[in-house]
Design a protein around this ligand. Structure first.
Ligand SMILES: NC(=O)c1ccc[n+]([C@@H]2O[C@H](COP(=O)([O-])OP(=O)(O)OC[C@H]3O[C@@H](n4cnc5c(N)ncnc54)[C@H](O)[C@@H]3O)[C@@H](O)[C@H]2O)c1
Length: 361
């Protein structure tokens, strides 16, 4: 099989997951990387056996053999990086851009339309979209859930507390809610087939505590961004309306991350809860029955093939490579339309918080 040449833009923390996932695919060779920081790119090049370049421009000029590129720079650069790649004389067949997709809806739409015109698969890295139980639920939701009218998605993180400059500085990424809320919104919008949201009302908390997290001290003097938030969001879909509640928060005092996804439909409900032993989402279906005036939940735990949360990054990369080998976009990946609607909610949360009121989208 012909080798698929891939490259990575930005060689920081998250890039190592992309490189490790590519390394698991025998048909793939990671041939190039670039980073503005010399030590970072050289160390990455040595570790993963690829040629380091000093900038994206230099890499694109010198490598005309790239089939896929991962963009793993800070969020404020995603738009310009992706547009530069798409404008190169020999663009790759597929691009995986880390979240947040960009800092405005107009940018995401332009990235999507430019990629479509160039025949390039452009995917955005929202790894929960790859969960097999969630995908199965989405495929069968008409039959299992009927029209979904309520959703609740809560992620309490014990670690990964924002500490690196790229997460703290609004100019670099835009804050913790921009960094993570999109992960929670994606499963619901997948279920609602990329429905456009109608309004958002959100509270963002500006301080989360005084103890350290896993990625540095939780110093309130440093944590001046939107550290955590909760909000209500009305998402319209074909069959009516779905009211969704999302909570994203950091909590230094819980022993494990807690992630809980719940959908309630006319026919029944479903939950996906993070199990710590397997580090994967466990799906359950339920129906509400009335017995002697009491509402009881009849619960069925499903045995879907589980993938750990970390393993979902590997699935995402494997899907991207599949897009290259088949020459077709892969529906499993988050495309620009879905990404734009996800970000309407995320960006709407900031606007609602600033307004202190509901934000119509
Ligand atoms: N999907 C996930 O679960 C997940 C997890 C962590 C981070 N991320 C995302 O990955 C991206 C990178 O985050 P990170 O934690 O690796 O940050 P990081 O700061 O560790 O790494 C970013 C790297 O990009 C380099 N860089 C900056 N400007 C550049 C440019 N113009 N050209 C080339 N390289 C440049 C920096 O020098 C740095 O090495 C962010 O968008 C973040 O949101 C995603």
């Amino acid at each position: 099989m012909a080798s698929i040449n891939v490259a990575i833009v930005g060689t920081g923390f998250q890039a190592q997951y992309h490189a490790a996932a590519y390394a698991k695919l025998p048909e793939v060779e990671l041939v190039a990387c670039c980073d503005l920081v010399e030590d970072a790119r050289n160390a990455f090049g040595r570790r993963f056996g690829c040629t380091p370049y000093a900038s994206l421009t230099e890499m694109l000029q010198q490598r005309r053999d790239l089939d896929a590129i991962s963009v793993v720079t800070p969020g404020a650069l995603h738009y310009s990086n992706v547009m530069e790649i798409l404008a190169s004389p020999t663009p790759p067949k597929a691009i995986l851009c880390e979240k947040p997709p960009a800092l405005s809806i107009a940018e995401i739409e332009q990235m999507g339309s430019t990629a479509a015109a160039a025949g390039v698969t452009l995917a955005f890295a929202f790894f929960l979209a790859q969960d097999p139980s969630l995908r199965w639920l989405c495929a069968n939701s008409d039959e299992l859930l009927g029209p979904v009218y309520r959703a609740s998605i809560i992620w309490r993180r014990s670690g990964g507390i924002p500490a690196r400059p790229s997460l703290l500085a609004a100019s670099a990424v835009g804050g913790a809610v921009l960094d993570l809320l999109g992960h929670l919104v994606t499963p619901l919008l997948m279920l609602l087939e990329a429905a456009k949201p109608a309004w958002v009302v959100a509270n963002l908390y500006h301080a989360i505590g005084a103890q350290g997290g896993t990625e540095g001290k939780l110093d309130p003097a440093l944590i001046q961004v939107e550290d955590a938030g909760d909000g209500r969001f009305l998402v319209l879909h074909a069959a009516g309306a779905c009211l969704a509640n999302f909570v994203i928060e950091w909590d230094a005092y819980i022993p494990h991350d807690m992630l809980s996804i719940e959908f309630e439909g006319d026919k029944g409900g479903a939950t996906l809860e993070l199990d710590h032993a397997s580090s994967s989402l466990v799906p359950q279906l339920y129906r509400v029955v009335k017995v002697d005036g009491m509402a009881l939940r009849l619960v069925t735990t499903l045995t879907q093939p589980a993938v750990t949360l970390d393993g979902l990054h590997d699935v995402e990369i494997a899907q991207l490579v599949r897009a290259v080998t088949t020459g077709q976009g892969v529906p499993h990946l988050v495309n620009a339309e879905l990404a734009a609607n996800v970000m309407r909610i995320v960006l709407g949360a900031y606007e609602s918080d600033k307004l202190g009121d509901t934000r119509l989208l």
